[in-house]
Design a protein around this ligand. Structure first.
Ligand code: PLP
Length: 392
């Protein structure tokens, strides 16, 4: 099915990218589990060289199951083109390698995903690519950081773990007129809740590991935007080699078919749990963009359809108290990641940031009482029940 804006999100996520009558008459897209493709004769070599659609050569250069998943994602984001990667990090690093040259400069916000920050501030430096880290949502600093050789602005929204929200209009107004490409990691928002391309963002990146695949069973990343920018990234992927495999592509397709259903439930659960925690006497503070108490609530309401399922909260700043609470949970599992149907809870100070000293953690805003809950698709009353008994 071709991308059709009039079709609803579920119709697109179920039918886009699928070949209606494939060779086998199977309703599902086959998992073309192969590393290489063979030619029936030299006429097929000619077809390949002419760029014939549906003609493949070697697994790293593309696979039919991957192509179906890419078309589905492009339809969901209303993007001209999409390219899939083995992980979100592979999508981010390959995109930056493809678009930056030695001597260029980029800007990134300070609460971006930690590994993205690591890559931009250390790996890119080896290639003489400068990177300025600016405070998230400090629009003056975002403008001041611009240099003559600035080529890219990279940010996320909402961010981890405080769910800060970048004002898309303000961000685009600063960079667009100067010809600086804007890349937005929209993992926490998903195409259900936020549409950065409609504001003029050049490229949207998702860790498809999270809400898009949605079942905590694969790693994947995707880059979406206009063909003219996605194409050079796809060419670079053929060199860097972080391609998605056919089976993960299939699991992504399968997960995406219930994308809208899951997001409706996850958004509702996120809001319900955030409101419950905000009223709980043992919780000092809750961060959730759907709450009036969130510093960026107004911006979130203006540009988002829903606020996702990550709820961050602060308990007593005492590792023992937090660990006692975590160990009492009955079905909410302790673990990193988010966006799947299973609820996951993590304690940033002793999981993602345990290698840092307490001072370094506090500088990043990671206090000992901070807890991040990635609410799953279970029934909200059961999630509340589990939290209540563990807090009690
Ligand atoms: C998880 C995540 C990534 C990295 O994605 P992987 O699929 O784990 O490589 C990047 N950005 C954000 C916002 C994430 O949550």
């Amino acid at each position: 099915m071709k991308k059709d804006k009039k079709m609803g999100l579920s119709t697109r996520s179920i039918h886009s990218g699928e070949i209606r009558y494939n060779e086998y008459g199977s309703i599902t897209t086959p998992v073309v589990q192969t590393s290489t493709f063979i030619f029936r004769g030299t006429h097929e070599i000619d077809q390949l060289q002419k760029g014939a659609k549906g003609r493949f050569e070697y697994g790293r250069y593309g696979n039919p199951t991957q192509v179906a998943a890419e078309a589905k994602l492009a339809a969901l984001e209303d993007a001209e083109d999409a390219v899939l990667f083995s992980t979100g990090m592979s999508a981010i690093t390959t995109t930056l390698f493809a678009l930056l040259n030695s001597g260029d400069h980029m800007i990134i916000t300070d609460d971006a995903y930690k590994r993205t920050l690591d890559f931009c501030t250390t790996c890119l430096q080896k290639f003489n690519i400068g990177c300025t880290v600016v405070k998230m949502c400090d629009y003056k600093a975002m403008e001041k950081a611009i240099r003559k050789n600035t080529k890219i602005f990279f940010s996320e929204s909402p961010t981890n773990p405080y769910l800060n929200i970048m004002d898309q209009e303000k961000m685009v107004a600063i960079y667009k007129k100067r010809g600086i490409k804007i890349i937005s990691d929209s993992t926490f928002a998903t195409p259900y809740n936020q549409r950065p391309l409609e504001y003029g963002v050049d490229l949207v990146i998702h860790s498809a590991t999270k809400y898009l695949a949605g079942h905590n069973d694969i790693l994947a990343g995707v880059v979406l935007g206009k063909k003219e920018i996605v194409q050079p990234v796809r060419e670079y992927l053929k060199i860097t080699g972080g391609c998605i495999d056919p089976h993960s592509s299939y699991l992504l397709i399968r997960g995406l078919k219930t994308f809208e259903l899951r997001m409706e439930r996850l958004n509702a659960n996120g809001q319900t749990i955030a409101e419950y925690l905000e009223k709980h006497p043992k919780i000092k503070r809750v961060y959730y963009p759907g709450l009036k108490s969130h510093p960026h609530h107004d911006v979130a309401v203006k540009q988002m359809k829903g606020f996702g399922a990550v709820v961050t909260f602060v308990m007593d700043d005492n590792v023992k108290t937090v660990h006692k609470f975590l160990s009492k949970l009955k079905f909410i599992n302790i673990g990193p990641s988010l966006g799947g149907v299973e609820s996951l809870i993590t304690h940033p100070a002793t999981v993602s940031y345990y290698k840092l000293t307490k001072e370094q953690r506090l500088k990043l805003g990671i206090r000992d009482g901070l807890v991040r809950l990635a609410v799953g698709a279970e029934n909200a009353e059961d999630i509340i029940g589990d939290l209540a008994q563990a807090l009690g």
